[in-house]
Design a protein around this ligand. Structure first.
Ligand SMILES: [Zn+2]
Length: 444
């Protein structure tokens, strides 16, 4: 999820003041509850009632519901508001404890899938990436797009197929928002499948990897990610100190991209305490500087064919533009059609019939400035540029139980396989589109 409402900014800070040590983290969510409050298309009525209590808000599009986190001392006041709601987490501290099991089984099963049965700490992620490289030593290399504020390397992997590196790039990022752990697992799973299916001779995988170089960076905000594991599970930003006079930490790396950074006051926050604080200047986070260098390097090389920034939650496939909801790029039809095919493939492959909503970011979800897809399209000249918000649509939100890692990551593979076949297709010349439609109709 890419944002918070401004009204929740200060409450987030207030909630933090009552922290106690638990689960190895210095901030405890024991006794906290998460509710999905129904707004019945009249969010202002519900927001007016909620203004009487202190809470943290998880979602931004509040047309049908508002997902809120409540500290124990706010529960009686909330009950008095007499709102209609579903319970997302009856004991958020318990849900966080349940996801914090770090199995090491994967280390004894090299090349197996047990990695995707639990969440892992940062060092294990680095080691896992190395193990993927070891599975595919002649067709991959470990890369770094730079360093974080706390000087962790932004490690990723570069994969290529026949004919060696140097083809147009497919670029995937995960975990720009620290608490969105499922995005690391997803980019790692796609890497795992690329490697193992290529080696097994899968035709579609071979076609993709022989045509494109893949650059995959599962954790582009390592400082924030480590902080979610040591200190506060629901941290979002990086860990850069605030500007002069502010005691608040962190900038939102995904509001910090140069393109249209300052284009719309609704798209990000200028308050250093906000979850969507955009920074003092465009690209004034070391993490963004490193990523942008990589984007420009790939642009000036063989070019960027596809870019995806992986997030959670809400199940969306979003293309530019985010910064202006009435601005439609000439490629919007192509992007929307491709997103529809991805969405169809995900739904048809998943036992849960998972559905993804798709469209231009600003109009479909909400306004964002300095966000990655706008920049990588406009400055990086990517042919296709998306944000994908993974599961779920509000049962668990950011704290997705470990047993849902596998189905969540697995359903993305058929979606990406379809997307790769579309990247060079002229499916808006009429003929290509008709051929594709015919193919769909003849498939039972
Ligand atoms: Zn996010």
């Amino acid at each position: 999820m890419r944002g918070f409402r401004l009204s929740s900014i200060l409450t987030t800070v207030a909630v933090g003041a009552s922290a106690a040590l638990t689960n190895g983290r210095s901030f405890s969510y024991d006794g906290y509850k998460v509710f999905r409050v129904k707004t019945h298309a009249q969010p202002s009525v519900v927001q007016e009632k909620l203004s009487n209590i202190t809470f943290e808000q998880w979602n931004h599009d509040v047309h049908s519901h508002i997902d809120i986190v409540l500290a124990p001392d706010q529960l009686p006041g909330f009950a008095e508001l007499d709102l209609e709601y579903d319970i997302m987490h009856d004991d958020l501290g318990g849900s966080i404890a349940a996801e914090s099991v770090h199995s090491s089984l994967w280390k004894r099963q090299a090349g197996g899938l047990s990695w995707f049965d639990s969440y892992h700490d940062y060092q294990d992620h680095i080691q896992y990436l190395q193990s993927l490289h070891d599975l595919f030593p002649d067709n991959s290399e470990i890369i770094s797009s730079g360093s974080s504020y706390e000087n962790r390397s932004l490690n990723g992997i570069h994969l290529w197929g026949a004919g060696g590196p140097g083809k147009p790039a497919v670029l995937y990022h995960g975990t720009v928002h620290a608490r969105e752990w499922i995005s690391a697992a997803t980019t790692e799973y796609l890497t795992y499948k690329l490697v193992t299916e290529y080696k097994a001779g899968d035709r579609a995988t071979r076609a993709a990897l022989d045509k494109y170089d893949f650059y995959i960076i599962p954790i582009v905000n390592p400082d924030g990610f480590v902080y979610t594991q040591t200190t506060q599970r629901l941290w979002r930003k990086n860990r850069q100190p605030g500007p002069n006079g502010s005691t608040c930490y962190g900038r939102d790396i995904n509001r910090n991209w140069e393109f249209a950074w300052d284009a719309n006051p609704l798209g990000a926050s200028t308050n250093p305490c906000s979850q969507t604080y955009k920074g003092e200047r465009p690209s004034d986070t070391p993490e963004n500087q490193g990523l942008d260098r990589l984007v420009r390097r790939l642009r000036d090389g063989a070019g960027i064919k596809l870019y995806i920034d992986w997030h959670s939650y809400g199940q969306y496939i979003l293309s530019p533009f985010g910064y202006k909801e009435t601005l439609y790029a000439p490629e919007l039809g192509k992007w929307t059609k491709a997103a529809q095919y991805v969405s169809d493939a995900i739904r048809d492959s998943s036992a849960a019939l998972t559905t993804f909503t798709f469209g231009p970011s600003g109009a479909t979800l909400y306004t964002t400035t300095g966000a990655a897809p706008d920049h990588v399209y406009s400055i990086g000249r990517a042919d296709f540029s998306y944000t994908i918000e993974l599961r779920d649509i509000g049962k668990h939100g950011f704290v997705l139980p470990p047993e849902l890692i596998r189905p969540t990551v697995e359903e993305q593979w058929p979606g990406q396989k379809v997307l790769w076949t579309l990247l060079d297709e002229e499916f808006f010349d009429g003929v290509g589109l008709l051929r594709r439609l015919d193919g769909r109709q003849s498939t039972p």
